[in-house]
Design a protein. Structure first.
Length: 160
């Protein structure tokens, strides 16, 4: 088996699953928006919670997308100096950067779970749809855990 073959396959499957979830969310947003426009302008009866639901779906899409962007190494970064370094030094610096990012990502995930417990305990819900806000905010720790996993995968899987 090629070096990192199993890890590369797992990363590829995870990326595909995240892309499928994001696609479903986007298709749902488009369909809900279309139905809301028809309801509002044709029947003068908009869907009351449509805007709220579309916003929440977009939030989830962004945080799921963070995992993909991290896995691909496509996050916005300051790479002017990295571009001037020889390839071996650049790889070491990228690895150091990833290792330093992991505790920060973990800290944000942990803090967001603490926040989830707080809003879950008070039973906060969205105004129009009545969706528990803990479900909406669950995207934050999931997104940061996905970024941690993407960072680890990039450290483990050698570049092709």
């Amino acid at each position: 088996m090629a070096k990192g073959g199993w890890a590369r396959r797992i990363a590829h499957l995870a990326e595909g699953a995240l892309l499928a979830l994001m696609t479903l969310a986007m298709v749902g947003i488009i369909l809900l928006n279309f139905a809301n426009v028809i309801g509002r302008y044709v029947f003068s009866a908009p869907i009351p919670a449509a805007d709220e639901i579309m916003t929440f779906a977009m939030v989830w899409g962004v945080f799921l997308g963070c995992g993909i962007v991290t896995l691909r190494g496509a996050h916005l970064n300051m790479d002017l100096l990295l571009g001037l370094m020889p390839a071996p030094t650049r790889r070491v610096m990228e690895a150091v950067s990833s290792v330093l990012a992991l505790p920060l990502l973990g800290f944000v995930a942990y803090q967001s779970i603490d926040y989830l417990e707080t809003i879950g305990a008070i039973g906060l819900t969205s105004m129009a749809a009545g969706i528990p806000m803990a479900w909406v905010h669950l995207a934050i720790p999931i997104g940061f855990v996905l970024m941690m996993l993407g960072t680890i995968a990039r450290l483990m899987v050698p570049r092709a």
